[in-house]
Design a protein around this ligand. Structure first.
Ligand SMILES: Nc1ncnc2c1ncn2[C@@H]1O[C@H](COP(=O)(O)OP(=O)(O)OP(=O)(O)O)[C@@H](O)[C@H]1O
Ligand SMILES: [Mg+2]
Length: 251
């Protein structure tokens, strides 16, 4: 288990060299004239938290979906040195790449706990990262909701269940697509407190529209525009928040 401290931007990135995830030349097309993801390179080190920033339509979700094998792509996605591009999503998840998709996608007819147990089942056979009790400790709102149908949960509660389910699936890399989307500021604050704990234990790729939140949590960020990396680096290396917003993230 990684023990890298992640107290804001002061946290040093883990030593480079051996990448956990190495994405090269990734290209995703949906049959339109422009590629959704266009020859993208990206790395995540062991225990590292990396943010993907970019305006709507920049290719952030497509990048995560391609890494998980959920959309066709060309290029290379190496995880622990093993090529995963073109493999079935189930095999990629079994390798330990677990995605929390945009929109959470819980099983509406199942209870909170049943949704969490889906994660446990998905992680069977790999070293567990979190137990069910640890997920309940991480999200203290959830124990009281364990028997409630997922369809009755608020957006924030659903997001916690979706993240909890991913943690129970014995992830080695968690891909999070806009976890704060549509949530009230106080809920986002609680969620990010939990993400800080999570980031201390497992490597993350975080897609986030809120630059401040992303850069506080992550060691490094990639800024995408029309499917390409247009800026990357640590908080200190990146252009200022205002410049990022003006140049790349204007909606
Ligand atoms: N299923 C699809 N079919 C056709 N085009 C798609 C599909 N999904 C995404 N696109 C297009 O691909 C491009 C990248 O979309 P993507 O969803 O990856 O961006 P994003 O950065 O996640 O945006 P957002 O911030 O709005 O979630 C956009 O031009 C989008 O319209
Ligand atoms: Mg998206």
């Amino acid at each position: 288990m990684a023990t890298v401290s992640r107290a804001g931007n002061a946290a040093p990135p883990p030593a480079g060299g051996d990448h956990l995830l190495e994405v090269r030349d990734l290209t995703v097309s949906y049959g339109t004239p422009t590629h959704a993801v266009d020859r993208l390179d990206l790395e995540v080190g062991p225990g590292e938290a990396v943010a993907l920033l970019g305006a709507n339509g920049a290719g952030k979700s497509s990048t995560l979906l391609a890494v998980s094998g959920l959309v066709p792509a060309t290029g290379s996605v190496r995880f622990d040195g093993r090529e995963l591009l073109g493999r079935a999503p189930e095999l990629i998840a079994r390798a330990g790449i677990i995605q929390v998709p945009e929109g959470r996608r819980l099983f509406a007819a199942l209870s909170t706990e049943e949704n969490l147990i889906v994660g446990l089942q998905a992680g069977a056979g790999r070293d567990p990262l979190f137990t069910l009790d640890e997920v309940y400790d991480l999200f203290p709102q959830l124990p009281a909701l364990r028997r409630r149908g997922a369809w009755t949960l608020s957006g924030g509660e659903q997001q916690m269940v979706a993240i909890g389910r991913a943690l129970l699936a014995a992830p080695r890399l968690v891909l999070l697509d806009e976890p704060s989307l549509g949530l009230a500021p106080r809920v986002v604050q609680n969620l990010y407190a939990a993400l800080r704990t999570i980031a201390a234990q497992v490597a993350l790729v975080l897609v986030e529209q809120n630059i401040g939140l992303a850069l506080d949590l992550c060691h490094r960020a990639y800024v995408l525009a029309t499917g390409r990396v247009v800026a990357q680096g640590t908080h200190a290396e990146l252009p200022s928040r205002e410049e990022l917003l003006r140049t790349y993230l204007a909606q």
